[in-house]
Design a protein around this ligand. Structure first.
Ligand code: EAX
Length: 324
Protein backbone atom coordinates (compact mmCIF):
# COMPACT_ATOMS: atom_id res chain seq x y z
CA UNK A 1 0.00 0.00 0.00
CA UNK A 2 2.82 2.35 1.05
CA UNK A 3 4.70 1.80 -2.22
CA UNK A 4 1.48 2.58 -4.15
CA UNK A 5 1.16 5.94 -2.29
CA UNK A 6 4.84 6.74 -2.94
CA UNK A 7 4.36 5.91 -6.59
CA UNK A 8 1.36 8.25 -6.83
CA UNK A 9 3.31 11.09 -5.17
CA UNK A 10 6.26 10.57 -7.53
CA UNK A 11 3.91 10.64 -10.54
CA UNK A 12 2.25 13.85 -9.29
CA UNK A 13 5.66 15.55 -8.85
CA UNK A 14 6.70 14.44 -12.34
CA UNK A 15 3.50 15.82 -13.90
CA UNK A 16 3.72 19.12 -11.98
CA UNK A 17 7.40 19.66 -12.77
CA UNK A 18 6.74 18.84 -16.44
CA UNK A 19 3.95 21.41 -16.34
CA UNK A 20 6.26 23.97 -14.74
CA UNK A 21 8.95 23.27 -17.33
CA UNK A 22 6.45 24.21 -20.11
CA UNK A 23 5.17 27.41 -18.47
CA UNK A 24 5.45 29.67 -21.56
CA UNK A 25 4.50 33.35 -21.90
CA UNK A 26 3.41 34.46 -25.36
CA UNK A 27 4.02 38.08 -26.43
CA UNK A 28 2.88 39.84 -29.62
CA UNK A 29 4.98 41.98 -31.98
CA UNK A 30 3.72 43.88 -35.05
CA UNK A 31 5.02 45.62 -38.18
CA UNK A 32 3.54 47.74 -40.96
CA UNK A 33 5.02 45.90 -43.94
CA UNK A 34 4.39 42.33 -45.18
CA UNK A 35 6.33 39.38 -43.72
CA UNK A 36 8.52 39.20 -46.84
CA UNK A 37 10.29 42.46 -46.08
CA UNK A 38 13.16 44.06 -44.16
CA UNK A 39 10.80 44.47 -41.19
CA UNK A 40 9.41 40.94 -41.45
CA UNK A 41 12.87 39.40 -41.32
CA UNK A 42 13.67 41.62 -38.34
CA UNK A 43 10.78 40.40 -36.17
CA UNK A 44 10.97 36.78 -37.35
CA UNK A 45 14.64 36.69 -36.35
CA UNK A 46 13.82 38.42 -33.05
CA UNK A 47 11.06 35.88 -32.30
CA UNK A 48 13.31 32.91 -33.03
CA UNK A 49 16.14 34.32 -30.93
CA UNK A 50 13.91 35.14 -27.92
CA UNK A 51 12.51 31.60 -27.81
CA UNK A 52 16.01 30.11 -28.16
CA UNK A 53 17.69 32.41 -25.63
CA UNK A 54 14.95 31.97 -22.99
CA UNK A 55 14.76 28.18 -23.49
CA UNK A 56 11.15 28.52 -24.55
CA UNK A 57 10.00 30.51 -21.50
CA UNK A 58 8.94 33.29 -23.91
CA UNK A 59 7.32 32.94 -27.33
CA UNK A 60 6.93 36.01 -29.57
CA UNK A 61 3.99 35.88 -32.01
CA UNK A 62 4.64 38.08 -35.09
CA UNK A 63 1.86 40.10 -36.78
CA UNK A 64 2.56 41.60 -40.23
CA UNK A 65 1.13 44.26 -42.59
CA UNK A 66 -0.48 46.45 -39.93
CA UNK A 67 -2.71 43.52 -38.84
CA UNK A 68 -2.57 44.75 -35.21
CA UNK A 69 -3.06 48.39 -36.25
CA UNK A 70 -0.96 51.12 -37.87
CA UNK A 71 2.41 52.10 -36.39
CA UNK A 72 1.02 54.90 -34.22
CA UNK A 73 -1.76 52.69 -32.83
CA UNK A 74 0.68 49.83 -32.23
CA UNK A 75 3.07 52.14 -30.38
CA UNK A 76 0.16 53.41 -28.25
CA UNK A 77 -0.82 49.80 -27.46
CA UNK A 78 2.74 48.97 -26.41
CA UNK A 79 2.87 52.12 -24.25
CA UNK A 80 -0.42 51.08 -22.59
CA UNK A 81 0.66 47.47 -22.24
CA UNK A 82 -2.19 45.97 -24.28
CA UNK A 83 0.51 44.78 -26.71
CA UNK A 84 3.97 43.80 -25.49
CA UNK A 85 6.16 44.69 -28.51
CA UNK A 86 6.24 46.45 -31.86
CA UNK A 87 8.78 47.20 -34.58
CA UNK A 88 8.05 50.61 -36.09
CA UNK A 89 9.62 53.26 -38.27
CA UNK A 90 10.45 56.50 -36.45
CA UNK A 91 7.50 58.11 -38.29
CA UNK A 92 4.97 58.34 -35.46
CA UNK A 93 7.57 58.28 -32.65
CA UNK A 94 7.82 62.08 -32.16
CA UNK A 95 4.23 61.86 -30.84
CA UNK A 96 5.60 59.73 -27.97
CA UNK A 97 9.27 60.75 -27.59
CA UNK A 98 9.75 64.25 -29.07
CA UNK A 99 13.54 64.15 -28.68
CA UNK A 100 13.70 61.58 -31.50
CA UNK A 101 12.42 64.12 -34.05
CA UNK A 102 15.99 65.23 -34.82
CA UNK A 103 16.63 61.93 -36.61
CA UNK A 104 13.91 62.73 -39.18
CA UNK A 105 15.59 65.90 -40.49
CA UNK A 106 16.17 65.64 -44.27
CA UNK A 107 19.70 65.21 -45.67
CA UNK A 108 21.13 64.72 -42.14
CA UNK A 109 22.87 61.38 -42.77
CA UNK A 110 25.54 60.86 -45.44
CA UNK A 111 24.86 57.16 -46.11
CA UNK A 112 23.89 53.89 -44.42
CA UNK A 113 27.25 53.47 -42.69
CA UNK A 114 26.95 56.95 -41.17
CA UNK A 115 23.34 56.42 -40.03
CA UNK A 116 24.09 53.02 -38.49
CA UNK A 117 27.19 54.35 -36.70
CA UNK A 118 25.20 57.25 -35.20
CA UNK A 119 22.32 55.03 -34.04
CA UNK A 120 24.61 52.33 -32.61
CA UNK A 121 26.88 54.95 -31.03
CA UNK A 122 26.50 57.42 -28.13
CA UNK A 123 23.89 59.65 -29.88
CA UNK A 124 21.57 56.75 -30.67
CA UNK A 125 22.02 55.15 -27.28
CA UNK A 126 21.28 58.47 -25.51
CA UNK A 127 18.06 58.71 -27.52
CA UNK A 128 17.06 55.15 -26.56
CA UNK A 129 17.17 56.22 -22.90
CA UNK A 130 14.54 58.88 -23.64
CA UNK A 131 11.91 56.15 -24.17
CA UNK A 132 12.11 54.87 -20.56
CA UNK A 133 10.14 57.73 -19.00
CA UNK A 134 7.39 57.29 -21.63
CA UNK A 135 6.45 53.73 -20.62
CA UNK A 136 8.46 52.32 -23.52
CA UNK A 137 11.72 50.34 -23.65
CA UNK A 138 13.72 50.91 -26.82
CA UNK A 139 15.42 47.54 -27.25
CA UNK A 140 17.49 48.56 -30.29
CA UNK A 141 17.58 50.93 -33.23
CA UNK A 142 16.86 49.19 -36.51
CA UNK A 143 16.36 50.43 -40.06
CA UNK A 144 13.64 51.43 -42.47
CA UNK A 145 16.02 53.03 -45.00
CA UNK A 146 16.69 56.14 -47.08
CA UNK A 147 13.41 57.45 -48.42
CA UNK A 148 12.64 58.21 -52.10
CA UNK A 149 9.76 59.96 -53.84
CA UNK A 150 7.14 58.18 -55.97
CA UNK A 151 4.07 59.58 -57.75
CA UNK A 152 1.58 58.73 -60.48
CA UNK A 153 1.61 62.13 -62.26
CA UNK A 154 5.04 63.05 -63.64
CA UNK A 155 8.77 62.45 -63.54
CA UNK A 156 10.46 64.40 -60.74
CA UNK A 157 13.86 65.60 -61.96
CA UNK A 158 14.23 68.81 -59.93
CA UNK A 159 12.60 70.14 -56.73
CA UNK A 160 10.34 72.34 -58.89
CA UNK A 161 8.71 69.16 -60.23
CA UNK A 162 7.47 68.44 -56.69
CA UNK A 163 5.46 71.67 -56.45
CA UNK A 164 1.70 71.04 -56.21
CA UNK A 165 1.94 67.25 -55.99
CA UNK A 166 -0.49 65.84 -53.42
CA UNK A 167 1.77 63.53 -51.41
CA UNK A 168 1.04 61.34 -48.42
CA UNK A 169 3.47 61.90 -45.59
CA UNK A 170 4.04 60.01 -42.35
CA UNK A 171 2.33 61.53 -39.29
CA UNK A 172 5.60 63.22 -38.50
CA UNK A 173 5.90 67.02 -37.95
CA UNK A 174 9.46 67.26 -39.29
CA UNK A 175 8.52 65.51 -42.53
CA UNK A 176 5.35 67.59 -43.00
CA UNK A 177 7.32 70.84 -42.48
CA UNK A 178 10.08 69.74 -44.86
CA UNK A 179 7.79 68.60 -47.67
CA UNK A 180 5.80 71.83 -47.44
CA UNK A 181 9.20 73.48 -47.96
CA UNK A 182 9.33 71.70 -51.35
CA UNK A 183 5.87 73.12 -52.20
CA UNK A 184 4.30 69.68 -51.79
CA UNK A 185 0.62 69.53 -50.85
CA UNK A 186 1.03 67.25 -47.76
CA UNK A 187 -1.50 64.67 -46.53
CA UNK A 188 -0.35 62.95 -43.28
CA UNK A 189 -1.77 59.42 -43.26
CA UNK A 190 -1.19 56.04 -41.63
CA UNK A 191 0.76 53.62 -43.82
CA UNK A 192 -2.10 51.09 -43.62
CA UNK A 193 -4.33 53.47 -45.66
CA UNK A 194 -1.68 54.43 -48.23
CA UNK A 195 -1.98 51.76 -50.93
CA UNK A 196 -5.75 52.32 -51.29
CA UNK A 197 -5.28 56.11 -51.24
CA UNK A 198 -2.84 55.89 -54.17
CA UNK A 199 -5.05 53.36 -55.99
CA UNK A 200 -8.04 55.73 -55.72
CA UNK A 201 -6.03 58.82 -56.61
CA UNK A 202 -6.69 60.42 -53.22
CA UNK A 203 -2.97 61.20 -53.20
CA UNK A 204 -0.63 61.53 -56.20
CA UNK A 205 2.35 60.04 -54.43
CA UNK A 206 4.31 59.21 -51.32
CA UNK A 207 7.87 58.70 -50.16
CA UNK A 208 9.39 55.57 -48.64
CA UNK A 209 12.57 53.46 -48.73
CA UNK A 210 13.07 50.97 -51.58
CA UNK A 211 12.50 48.11 -49.12
CA UNK A 212 9.01 49.43 -48.39
CA UNK A 213 8.18 50.35 -52.03
CA UNK A 214 9.06 46.85 -53.23
CA UNK A 215 7.62 44.77 -50.37
CA UNK A 216 4.34 46.74 -50.48
CA UNK A 217 4.18 46.52 -54.30
CA UNK A 218 3.78 50.26 -54.85
CA UNK A 219 4.80 49.73 -58.49
CA UNK A 220 1.20 48.57 -58.98
CA UNK A 221 -0.14 52.07 -58.19
CA UNK A 222 2.80 54.41 -58.86
CA UNK A 223 4.45 55.21 -62.21
CA UNK A 224 7.36 57.45 -61.26
CA UNK A 225 10.21 56.95 -58.79
CA UNK A 226 12.99 59.46 -58.08
CA UNK A 227 15.93 58.36 -55.95
CA UNK A 228 15.96 61.50 -53.84
CA UNK A 229 17.22 59.76 -50.66
CA UNK A 230 15.96 62.94 -48.99
CA UNK A 231 15.75 61.52 -45.46
CA UNK A 232 17.01 58.49 -43.54
CA UNK A 233 14.21 56.61 -41.77
CA UNK A 234 15.26 54.70 -38.64
CA UNK A 235 13.15 51.91 -37.18
CA UNK A 236 13.08 50.62 -33.62
CA UNK A 237 12.23 47.55 -31.55
CA UNK A 238 9.91 48.80 -28.81
CA UNK A 239 8.69 46.90 -25.71
CA UNK A 240 6.28 47.86 -22.97
CA UNK A 241 8.54 49.16 -20.18
CA UNK A 242 6.74 47.39 -17.33
CA UNK A 243 6.86 44.08 -19.22
CA UNK A 244 10.60 44.54 -19.78
CA UNK A 245 11.24 45.49 -16.15
CA UNK A 246 9.45 42.32 -14.98
CA UNK A 247 11.92 40.09 -16.84
CA UNK A 248 14.76 38.43 -14.95
CA UNK A 249 18.21 39.95 -15.59
CA UNK A 250 19.07 36.97 -17.78
CA UNK A 251 15.88 37.33 -19.82
CA UNK A 252 16.38 41.11 -20.17
CA UNK A 253 19.76 40.29 -21.72
CA UNK A 254 18.14 37.66 -23.94
CA UNK A 255 15.55 40.14 -25.29
CA UNK A 256 18.22 42.81 -25.91
CA UNK A 257 20.49 40.35 -27.72
CA UNK A 258 17.55 38.98 -29.74
CA UNK A 259 16.74 42.54 -30.87
CA UNK A 260 20.36 43.03 -31.95
CA UNK A 261 20.16 39.81 -34.01
CA UNK A 262 16.95 41.15 -35.54
CA UNK A 263 18.75 44.37 -36.52
CA UNK A 264 21.54 42.42 -38.22
CA UNK A 265 18.98 40.55 -40.35
CA UNK A 266 16.99 43.75 -40.98
CA UNK A 267 19.99 45.75 -42.20
CA UNK A 268 21.22 42.85 -44.35
CA UNK A 269 17.84 42.77 -46.10
CA UNK A 270 17.95 46.55 -46.65
CA UNK A 271 21.41 46.16 -48.21
CA UNK A 272 20.07 43.42 -50.50
CA UNK A 273 16.99 45.47 -51.45
CA UNK A 274 19.16 48.52 -52.21
CA UNK A 275 21.08 46.38 -54.73
CA UNK A 276 18.11 44.79 -56.48
CA UNK A 277 15.04 47.01 -56.06
CA UNK A 278 15.61 49.61 -58.81
CA UNK A 279 16.08 46.97 -61.53
CA UNK A 280 13.04 45.06 -60.20
CA UNK A 281 10.86 48.18 -60.17
CA UNK A 282 11.97 49.15 -63.69
CA UNK A 283 11.16 45.62 -64.89
CA UNK A 284 7.69 46.10 -63.39
CA UNK A 285 7.20 49.27 -65.43
CA UNK A 286 8.21 52.11 -63.09
CA UNK A 287 10.02 55.09 -64.68
CA UNK A 288 13.05 55.73 -62.45
CA UNK A 289 15.02 58.98 -62.21
CA UNK A 290 18.17 57.58 -60.63
CA UNK A 291 20.45 60.60 -60.76
CA UNK A 292 19.53 63.90 -59.16
CA UNK A 293 21.43 66.99 -58.02
CA UNK A 294 20.90 66.68 -54.25
CA UNK A 295 22.27 70.18 -53.69
CA UNK A 296 19.20 71.61 -55.49
CA UNK A 297 16.85 69.78 -53.10
CA UNK A 298 18.91 70.91 -50.12
CA UNK A 299 18.87 74.51 -51.40
CA UNK A 300 15.08 74.35 -51.78
CA UNK A 301 14.89 73.44 -48.08
CA UNK A 302 17.18 76.26 -46.88
CA UNK A 303 14.36 78.25 -45.19
CA UNK A 304 13.08 75.13 -43.43
CA UNK A 305 16.61 74.21 -42.36
CA UNK A 306 16.97 77.59 -40.67
CA UNK A 307 13.94 76.67 -38.56
CA UNK A 308 15.28 73.13 -37.87
CA UNK A 309 18.48 74.72 -36.53
CA UNK A 310 16.33 76.78 -34.15
CA UNK A 311 14.25 73.73 -33.17
CA UNK A 312 17.09 71.28 -32.60
CA UNK A 313 20.16 73.49 -32.13
CA UNK A 314 22.85 73.75 -34.81
CA UNK A 315 25.34 72.06 -32.47
CA UNK A 316 23.10 68.98 -32.11
CA UNK A 317 22.59 68.74 -35.86
CA UNK A 318 26.34 69.20 -36.46
CA UNK A 319 27.11 66.50 -33.86
CA UNK A 320 25.13 64.05 -35.99
CA UNK A 321 26.39 65.38 -39.34
CA UNK A 322 30.03 65.20 -38.24
CA UNK A 323 29.82 61.81 -36.50
CA UNK A 324 32.14 59.31 -38.14
O1 EAX B 1 7.52 51.43 -41.58
O2 EAX B 1 4.68 55.04 -42.70
C1 EAX B 1 5.67 54.85 -43.45
O3 EAX B 1 5.84 55.39 -44.54
C2 EAX B 1 6.71 53.86 -42.96
O4 EAX B 1 7.90 54.04 -43.68
C3 EAX B 1 6.14 52.48 -43.18
O5 EAX B 1 5.13 52.34 -42.27
C4 EAX B 1 7.15 51.39 -42.93
Amino acid sequence: MKSLRLGAVALAIAVLSAGAAFAQTTMRISIATPQNSHQGVAIDTFAKEVEKRTSGRYKVQPYYASSLGAEREATEAVQLGTQELTFTSSGPIPNFVPDVKILDVPFLFRDYAHARAVLDGPIGQELLQKFDSKGLKGLAWAENGFRHMTNSKRAVRTPEDLKGLKMRTMENPVHVQAYKGFGINTTPMAFSELFAAMQQGIVDGQENPLSVITSSKFDQVQKHLTLTGHVYSPAIFLMNKAAFDKLSEADKKAFLEAAKEGVVANRARVDADEKSAVADLRAKGMQVVDTIDKSKYQAALAPVYADFEKQFGKANLDRIRNAK
